[in-house]
Design a protein around this ligand. Structure first.
Ligand code: NAP
Length: 329
């Protein structure tokens, strides 16, 4: 059986550390040979443990990919990916990138394995992992779009501080505002990432544009408001959908229940609904509060929660690596 040489770039960060955990949890499915942990000069020489063995963290530089590496999982920020993903792919390594650097490049597939696994075939050395808030939404939207054809989507998000990396978590725990513009403890900040010309934030435009790209629906009407809340891990989303076609609520619920990677927690009598506190550390997307939007024809409301560092980043990236290994073996 072919074994793969793997690099994790940004291994000391929030996502990089979780990639190690997910790789370890899947160690019997993933045939890994050499493992190369990489980060900036700041962490070079420190050690990380992988599958019970200590590895020295290497500084990422122009020579990092001169050795044989089949797949590199990047989560070290957009600038680093912009510079080094082409270096890696020019040496024959396939990059799975967690940053936003390559997502909207038309040559780069943007992949959620439950939604558009076939897109990986089009890769030319770089595959992009979507934004965390987009991933958990499209896993649920895809089977509903296939069945009832989505006319319009309204996203309202409640996003955890870990979405901004270790610095975001420190701001909440220490009551500081080093990563966020305002204190996040006891607060909600209706700005994630920078503002753009149309008054939206980049995070909102990522949700809109990435959803269209992944669902291959360039004209889908979508709007979004993204908000940072004082939760450590787990993004929550209210998703309001209008369909072209009518639906039976029971049919919607069973469609969502039968979707790979989704868990339905939907019981008003039993007070059952997804909450970030209980989704932390899980790889699935949790869906509840499934009900008609009675203010429009064919309208639906959903509440969707997932661990942003796992399904929103590390788990999705490792699932893409699994798909690649399947194809390359
Ligand atoms: P983080 O906790 O701040 O970690 C950043 C990582 O990048 C660290 O390992 C850091 O290494 C490394 N790094 C920084 N500059 C580097 C350079 N010049 N060369 C090599 N390594 C460098 O951030 P994070 O939350 O893990 O996010 C990482 C990426 O994933 C970002 O692009 C982010 O947008 C994306 N992402 C994050 C989430 C999430 O929920 N957190 C979800 C989806 C996508 P040092 O320790 O050496 O500085």
């Amino acid at each position: 059986m072919k074994k793969f040489d793997i690099a994790v770039v940004g291994v000391t960060g929030m996502v990089g550390r979780t990639i190690i955990q997910v790789l370890e949890e899947k160690k019997f499915q993933l045939p890994i040979n050499n493992f190369y942990p990489m980060a900036s000069a700041k962490s070079a020489g420190s050690t990380v443990m992988f599958n019970g063995k200590d590895y020295k963290v290497e500084e990422l530089n122009d020579e990092s990919f001169d050795k044989h590496i089949d797949i590199a999982l990047f989560s070290a920020g957009g600038g680093t990916s912009m510079k080094f993903a082409p270096v890696a792919s020019s040496k024959g390594c396939i990059v799975i990138d967690n940053s936003s650097a390559w997502r909207m490049d038309y040559k780069v597939p943007l992949v959620v394995p439950e939604v558009n696994p076939g897109a990986i075939k089009r890769n030319k050395g770089i595959i992009a992992n979507p934004n965390c808030s987009t991933i958990q939404a499209v896993v649920v939207l895809k089977p509903l779009h296939d069945k009832y054809k989505i006319k319009r989507v309204v996203y309202s998000t409640y996003q955890a501080v870990s979405g901004a990396g270790l610095g975001g978590v420190n701001d909440l725990k220490e009551g500081t505002s080093r990563t966020f513009r305002y204190p996040i403890a006891g607060n909600c900040i209706p700005q994630i990432d920078a503002f753009v010309e149309n008054g939206y934030t980049k995070e909102e435009m990522k949700m809109i544009n990435e959803t269209r790209k992944i669902l291959d629906a360039p004209n889908m009407r979508i709007t979004a408001t993204t908000v940072r809340v004082p939760v450590v891990t787990g993004h929550s989303e209210s998703i309001n959908i209008e369909f072209e076609n009518n639906f039976e609520l029971e049919d919607v619920i069973s469609t969502i229940k039968n979707t790979n990677g989704v868990v339905v927690q939907n019981g008003s009598k039993s007070f059952e609904y997804p909450m970030p506190l209980f989704c932390e550390g899980k790889n699935e997307v949790f869906v509840g509060r499934i009900r008609r939007d009675e203010s429009v024809e064919n309208g639906l409301n959903l509440w969707v929660v997932a661990d942003n560092v796992r399904k929103g980043a590390a788990t999705n990236a490792v699932q893409i690596a699994e798909l690649l290994m399947e194809r390359m073996k």
